[in-house]
Ligand binder design. Structure first.
Ligand SMILES: Nc1ncnc2c1ncn2[C@@H]1O[C@H](COP(=O)(O)OP(=O)(O)OP(=O)(O)O)[C@@H](O)[C@H]1O
Length: 438
């Protein structure tokens, strides 16, 4: 599929006929978005059922596979991205879904075929009045899916209340969820409704639901089954009518088996379940997400091919959240340098690398900007360090810059606080305990 051409992001399927496609300036497959920097016969792409092979046909400006220039007439395997002239292509074994659905931007939400199919399922569950569980890595857009669930359900005119259960100190989880009457605890000088009461007539979205204590899970289950909430210190329960949506980046069945999630609560809220794929499995959205971000943050800037290519080459373990945070930083760097466009050199060397996943990161995309933009790679030496050291240093530095505040550090790193907490544990880095404001 083609994701970028002459300064514009796109997501166009290019089916291979008989497992082969020859591309060049004037190729009918490229339609109207022709690329003057491509040679007439530029490169041939072949798919043998397992691998994509790219052969440069002696083009003038060369062909780059996964950021590396390839010699003419020598087939090379492409895994992530192919560059020809000012165009970027991404190998994809099945372009059918992209051909059928494309990538659409609705409001500020970018939806590729996988997300569109998932949202259809979500809308069906909402209309039928079922609960919904969303499984997906941090930053994949679970809250956006939960909002779509709310908007498609019978209580769409009611409130949407999102609660991050991982961020609630468990000591006060019960009163935050179920509310408290005046005088229920020292300092309670007025009745305080809980999240369940606030969501009455609408949808309650419980993110990281498995982080709740088992006792709170039991009370939640009771409230969902009886549709009644008993506030702390209250004599009588109050009736509530809520649609429930939950999310987790962990396997609920395994958590039930491990005794971390009540089985009866799992049966009440764990199904139907939809799985939101990580961003690395839906590269077709990346260029359009970057273009949307540039248009929103700095409409005077343009998006340079090298920036999109660098982003396509990284695995983005923090998913869309991390991509957008790093894109914003790169846009700021470009603005600070009064550059007319955002280029790969504006992207932090560690952005989108295998942070927290332990997987090896591909090197940042080598690119060939015009000579006036050429400069030595930033922090090239840090890439030689083992990944774990690099990750630890990056966390410590970010914590220092954010005065030890975990929430602010997580935001700066483009990840969720829960993800950062796990990394802090993994690296045995001391950080202040969560507070309500954290
Ligand atoms: N498809 C998308 N188009 C545009 N923006 C998106 C998309 N998906 C996610 N985002 C943005 O990425 C950020 C993270 O999304 P969100 O908070 O929904 O992730 P999440 O999966 O709920 O993460 P967590 O589990 O860490 O809470 C948000 O700013 C959201 O607006």
């Amino acid at each position: 599929m083609r994701l970028f051409a002459a300064g514009t992001a796109m997501a166009v399927a290019l089916p291979l006929k008989g497992g082969e496609l020859e591309l060049g300036r004037g190729s009918p497959a490229l339609g109207e978005a022709q690329d003057p920097r491509m040679s007439r016969r530029h490169a041939r792409i072949q798919f043998d059922g397992r691998r994509f092979l790219v052969t440069d046909l002696g083009s003038q400006n060369g062909t780059f596979v996964d950021g590396e220039p390839v010699p003419a007439n020598t087939p090379r395997e492409a895994q992530r991205v192919i560059r020809m002239g000012d165009s970027l292509f991404v190998p994809c074994a099945d372009v059918n879904p992209l051909e059928q659905h494309g990538v659409v931007t609705q409001g500020s939400f970018v939806r590729g075929p996988a997300l569109q199919a998932l949202l259809d399922e979500v809308a069906r569950a909402a209309r039928l009045g079922f609960p919904l569980h969303i499984h997906g890595e941090s930053g994949t857009g679970k809250e956006g899916v939960a909002r779509a669930f709310h908007e498609n359900g019978p209580r769409s005119s009611g409130p949407f209340v999102a609660v991050n259960c991982a961020a609630i100190p468990q000591s006060i989880a019960e009163r935050l969820l179920f509310g408290a009457k005046r005088g229920a605890y020292s300092g309670a000088d007025a009745d305080a409704p809980g999240y369940l009461q606030s969501a009455d007539g609408g949808t309650l979205f419980l993110d990281e639901v498995v982080e709740l204590d088992l006792a709170v899970q039991a009370k939640l289950l009771r409230a969902l089954e009886t549709k009644e909430v008993l506030s702390l210190g209250a004599a009588k329960p109050k009736t509530v009518d809520i649609h429930i949506c939950s999310a987790s980046n962990r396997d609920l069945r395994a958590l039930v088996a491990a005794g971390k999630l009540r089985e009866d609560l799992y049966f009440r809220i764990g199904r139907p379940e939809v799985s939101l794929p990580p961003l690395r499995q839906r590269p077709e959205e990346i260029a359009l997400l970057l273009q949307r971000e540039v248009r929103q943050v700095a409409p005077t800037l343009t998006l340079h091919l090298s920036f999109v290519e660098a982003c396509l080459l990284r695995p983005w373990p923090g998913n869309v959240r991390e991509l957008l945070v790093e894109a914003r930083s790169a846009i700021q760097a470009a603005l600070m340098q009064e550059a007319p466009r955002v280029e790969a050199r504006h992207l932090s060397p560690n952005a989108g690398t295998a942070f927290g996943s332990g997987a090896s990161a591909p090197p940042p995309a080598p690119h060939s900007p015009p000579p006036e933009h050429r400069e030595p790679p930033r922090e090239a030496s840090s890439r030689a360090k083992p990944l774990d050291d690099e990750e630890r240093t990056r966390i410590e530095e970010a914590l220092r810059q954010n005065g030890g505040n975990v929430a602010a550090t997580a935001r700066a790193l483009g990840m969720h606080r829960t993800q950062l907490r796990r990394l802090l544990e993994r690296h045995a880095i001391a950080a202040p305990a969560d507070s309500e404001q954290d």
